[in-house]
Design a protein around this ligand. Sequence first.
Ligand SMILES: Cc1cc2nc3c(=O)[nH]c(=O)nc-3n(C[C@H](O)[C@H](O)[C@H](O)COP(=O)(O)OP(=O)(O)OC[C@H]3O[C@@H](n4cnc5c(N)ncnc54)[C@H](O)[C@@H]3O)c2cc1C
Length: 409
Amino acid sequence: MSDPAVLVVGSGPAGLTAARELAVAGVRPVLVVDREVEAGGVPRHCDHTGFGLQDLRRSLSGPAYARHLVRRAVGDGVAIRLSTTVTCVGDDGAATLVGPGGIEVVHPRAVLLATGARERPRSARLVPGDRPAGVFTTGQLQQWVLLRQLPVGRRAVVVGAEHVAYSAVLTLRHAGVATVAMVTELPRHQTVGAFALATRVGLRVPLRTSSRVAGLHGHGRLEAVDVEDLLTGAVERVAADTVVFTGDWIPDHELARRCGLTVERATLGPRTDRWGRTSRPGLLAVGNLVHPGETAGRAALGGRDAGRWLGADLSSGATQVAARGLPVTVARPLASVVPSVADPGDPPRRLLLRTAEFTGRRLVVARQGGRELGRHGLRHSVPNRSLGVPGAILRGADPDGGTVELSLA
Ligand SMILES: Cc1cc2nc3c(=O)[nH]c(=O)nc-3n(C[C@H](O)[C@H](O)[C@H](O)COP(=O)(O)OP(=O)(O)OC[C@H]3O[C@@H](n4cnc5c(N)ncnc54)[C@H](O)[C@@H]3O)c2cc1C
């Protein structure tokens, strides 16, 4: 293949959808590169329905959704190269690809990063104790069970109580493993009430709230997990041969950092505007790299927007630009906002907010220099779930007036 016009790094929903938009816009060649042996990203190993709701307006299983996106992209002219890692994008835009054939350097006109996110593993959560086998994240567990059909264990503790933790319980069940406890530091679960009820009552999985995993024990294989009640300080040793650390997402941002992109402290993903433009012209970022822990559909829609903008930009021969607009920040208990750069004249359709606390009915208020720009009502807010706020809330901002802050009232 000659130099691609656009190099897309990552073949998950965001990368495949962006690549397809570029191909549909007539950009050629578009090359998607993925380090895995198969294209499709995380949904490949999520063997349950609930994928495609926002972008395809229907619910598919993860593998079916991944296959659909791959077929559609390839059908529209996208090339995919697998088992290949992009290790660097130099200041001149040259990208280094390392694959089975060795090292190759390509010179695309633009690079779109769609490298996704991962769950924080045990080591990064600083959980003390032994280092036995039987310790997973949900992603690792699903790869183990669904892609490689390997045995897991018999009794598991699941750490976390957001959507993905409930997905881990189902995967464990599929593998014949009983979940003996779910543990969350927060006072309540963070998923849909029906899932939580079905798991607690139907599957008889107890949820320990305001609790944390304080230690792992086992020589060779995990034997027990210490669960500490954060309200009383009591520690109980729970017999288990498997522990799954779920959620607590961190963007796969190593390449983005190596490219020198400005990274948001709140999300640890690159700072972007609504089109996925970053702090570096010619380098875009989309999907869970930018908003870790969102749905596949949201990742795909972000990819679509970025692909559309980049396709039009390349076709018109315009010079590529960095993210444009005002900085958008949040005040506690709001924890993050994406995108974090917004043009008040061309705001994003939606701002994705995260909160650190459970709240009841509240208002999101946008202010610039103390002047109120707009407000939007929320029914409630739950940590680890996003809150969608119309981007139009930023419309009245002065383009020269500095940072817009979002807070709860
Ligand atoms: C257990 C679980 C259950 C889920 N359930 C649902 C659900 O029911 N519904 C839903 O909508 N969403 C669900 N999600 C979320 C969904 O999977 C993600 O939102 C989606 O996969 C994000 O897409 P993405 O393209 O941003 O990243 P990913 O799907 O993570 O894809 C990123 C790709 O980039 C590749 N990559 C990374 N770095 C490099 C590099 N340097 N070089 C080459 N390749 C690289 C990776 O190999 C990967 O294939 C679930 C997630 C998990 C983990």
